[in-house]
Design a protein around this ligand. Structure first.
Ligand code: SME
Length: 150
């Protein structure tokens, strides 16, 4: 599943007739529509020099959490740790920001540009414990491809 998807991601991101914003949104939609346990897919980016994340393109239900301070929630923790964060069961997390009570699990993978953590891709799932190493590797690939067009 992931190898066929990877080609589509590269094709979407390489389509210069669309804005970067539109291409990122298409990638979110592709992932959400194709992977059964991806229920919300979005990018957060660092807000200028501020120690906070701002929501970028996404697919799924709109969220109230369009700004997240560094350190807060899973996303805010990844902004400072520079590490993937896989949460098999969100109810077991203290430092977690709930977007919807239907969300059971989450994965956040940082996005680097020239070695600097400038944002992340965030996936929410209604399935408990669905993410494997293959998801991490795929999302790292997606972020590396996105980084090339930023
Ligand atoms: N759950 C995230 C907040 C963002 S929403 O999932 C879209 C967190 O704890 O950082």
């Amino acid at each position: 599943m992931f190898s066929a998807l990877s080609n589509k991601v590269t094709a979407i991101l390489g389509d210069h007739s669309n804005s970067v914003e539109t291409r990122l949104e298409e990638v979110c939609r592709l992932l959400r529509d194709t992977i059964p346990y991806y229920d919300w897919v979005g990018f957060y980016f660092r807000n200028g020099d501020k120690e906070e994340l701002k929501l970028g393109p996404f697919a799924g239900e709109p969220t109230d959490h369009t700004t997240i301070p560094f350190g807060k929630g899973i996303c805010g923790q990844v902004a400072v740790s520079n590490q993937n964060f896989v949460v098999p069961d969100v109810s077991a997390q203290d430092n977690y920001i709930a977007c919807s009570i239907t969300v059971k699990s989450e994965i956040v993978v940082p996005l680097f540009k020239d070695g600097e953590n400038i944002g992340q891709i965030d996936i929410d799932s209604k399935t408990i414990d669905p993410f494997t190493k293959a998801d991490e590797e795929f999302l790292e690939f997606v972020n590396a491809e996105v980084s090339k067009i930023l």
